[in-house]
Design a protein around this ligand. Structure first.
Ligand code: 5MM
Length: 341
């Protein structure tokens, strides 16, 4: 199999009808924060049990094409000794891996961040592939103020995303390219629209410059929303219209699939917004699906709270959110379905 055959085979799995991606790749500080919020101690064992709970949910492959894992999870085993990545493969789901190493301030771009981890990436990808990973994920983060992200921040972050994506493809690993415009702050939806437009324009220019094969990548963007500190929330129709406008202006039709992050939206909001986009854009050139972390995991995590007797209920809640988002991926979600469940 050539590298291109590998990439195409993985993309064909990711765009399967009714399916999306689960981001379960929280790094140590992030999972510790999420666990702490619901009273769970973050230890290697609780993290293993929690990821096992997600991966062994019955019927998960009806709605999930792939899970993004954190490096620690890729090396962990289920209770019966099966590697957790193999548990996913047996469920008919692709394992993926977060490969960035977090953010650091970008010098001379006051307030902007840049993501680290390009050094040695090819070697790491070779090893992750042996452990079962077929796709990877890298996130660049853009905080929004009146002056951030700066032009330098936008260009530098785009360059790093493109270099990462090109390295992944050279190793036969499909890159998920994740530019996240943060919801934190009191900015307007119009400001988020402006920033998202500039960010995606720079990202696709850099991907082109680096020869990234657009047909073999996944875009994981944020939606166009007002800042958390700028109430009221926008309706799903307003979010959908603004997000679609920015995507149509910047994302070439060659990109097969756009899988959104949820970015701090509630589970129901993230589902309703995705649904509205799929209703509003039947002619869209890309699949519009999900790659949520919090909007899929908050309900099961709150139910589990680290107790074995709650595993079943937590898995049912996880299955329910996946089902709702699978419907939203086709514009078939209705809020009454939440109540019915
Ligand atoms: C934005 O975060 C990604 C999507 O999650 P949400 O749907 O909750 O917004 C997510 O994949 C994120 O990259 C991981 O949770 C890892 O985050 P950290 O901060 O640990 O790199």
């Amino acid at each position: 199999m050539t590298t291109r055959d590998e990439l195409e085979a993985t993309i064909a799995r990711i765009v399967q009808p009714g399916k999306g991606i689960v981001a379960a790749d929280e790094s140590m500080p992030t999972i510790t924060k999420r666990f702490k919020a619901v009273g769970i101690d973050s230890t290697e064992e609780t993290r293993r049990q929690y990821r096992q709970l997600l991966f062994t949910t019955r019927g998960v492959s009806e709605f999930v094409a792939g899970f993004i894992l954190f490096e620690e999870t890729l090396g962990q085993k289920a209770d019966d000794g099966t590697p957790l990545a193999e548990v996913l493969v047996r469920q008919g789901v692709l394992p993926g891996i977060k490969v960035d190493k977090g953010t650091t301030p970008l010098p001379n771009a006051d307030g902007d961040l840049i993501t680290q981890g390009l050094d040695g990436l090819s070697e790491r990808l070779k090893a992750y592939k042996v452990q079962g990973a077929r796709f990877a994920k890298w996130r660049e983060v853009y905080g929004v103020t009146d002056r951030n992200p700066t032009p330098l921040g936008i260009e530098a972050n785009a360059e790093v995303l493109a270099r990462y994506a090109a390295i992944c493809q050279s190793e036969g690993i499909v890159p998920i390219v994740e530019p996240e415009v943060l919801i934190d702050g009191d900015h307007t939806l119009e400001r988020c629209h402006e920033v998202s437009d500039a960010v995606l324009h720079a990202v696709f220019s850099a991907l082109h410059r680096h020869g990234v094969r657009l047909e073999c990548m996944v875009l994981k963007p944020s939606m166009v929303l007002p800042g958390k500190g700028h109430p009221p929330k926008a309706s799903p129709e307003v979010v959908a219209a603004n997000t679609l406008e920015v995507l149509r202006r910047n994302v070439p039709a060659a990109v097969p699939t756009i899988n959104f992050l949820s970015g701090g939206q509630s589970p129901e909001e993230a589902t309703a917004n995705l649904n509205a986009m799929n209703i509003m854009a039947p002619d869209k050139p890309w699949v519009l699906s999900f790659s949520y972390a919090r909007a899929l995991q908050d309900p099961p995590m709150k139910l589990w709270v680290g107790r074995a007797e709650n595993v079943r209920a937590a898995q049912q809640a996880f299955y329910q959110r996946l089902k709702m988002n699978s419907l939203a991926r086709d514009g078939k979600y209705r809020v009454e379905l939440e109540k019915a469940a």
